[in-house]
Design a protein around this ligand. Sequence first.
Ligand code: IPE
Ligand code: IPE
Ligand code: MG
Length: 232
Amino acid sequence: MPRHVAVIMDGNGRWATMRGLPRSEGHRAGVESARGIVTRCRELGIEHLTLYTFSKENWGRPADEIKFLFDLLVRFLTKELDTLLAQSIRFKVLGELDELPLAARTVLSRVIAKTAHCEAMTLNLALNYSGREEILRACRRLAAKGLASEAVTEEALAAELYTAGQPDPDLIIRTSGEMRLSGYLLWQSAYSEFAFPETLWPDFTPACLDAILADYCNRTRRFGLTGEQIQA
Ligand code: IPE
Ligand code: IPE
Ligand code: MG
């Protein structure tokens, strides 16, 4: 079983358009998929789940779609706080909170604080996220500490990322058949396994996740070693 699963929840817009619905309906349906996957990961004992919720580049979308997404996020978190607590899920955000609309910032800070003691699983939402920005931010933080060049190690840099203290994702899933990272977890994905199901995110069920996990279990991760070394 992977310790850390990261998902790029893609295809909401296409799901809606195929049905003659506005894109917002795809996002609404996508939230239900997210709820199902969080619950399934918690049942399976996956320790860290990261969901790509909003990229830095997504600020370029129409204003009404952005507003809908953040309103949806606020409603979802307000409603789900009790469930997160009941399931002992710690909630975190990967991304700069300060740049988010006030209502979102307020509820996000509240849910982060209230679930800080939870230990069964960590749920990260990558929000206002860019992998390159995250790496640059870590470099700036190291520079601000005045580190000597030989002290700039992989460990020191990883400790300044939003994911500090969490293992790298073992498995990255992107739905909707797109095969790219779109800036997701660029540092952390160095040795991740990938799955690119064709399913659009609103159609992605816990059974779809189970099938991908079954496939993941049959893979051999080599980390640069030979097959024989891995056997030993
Ligand atoms: C993913 O679905 C959700 C976000 C990026 C917020 P999209 O909205 O990207 O859906 P498509 O790719 O247009 O189908
Ligand atoms: C990536 O999806 C971001 C999220 C799923 C939140 P996009 O739909 O924004 O990515 P591109 O633009 O197709 O690469
Ligand atoms: Mg998309």
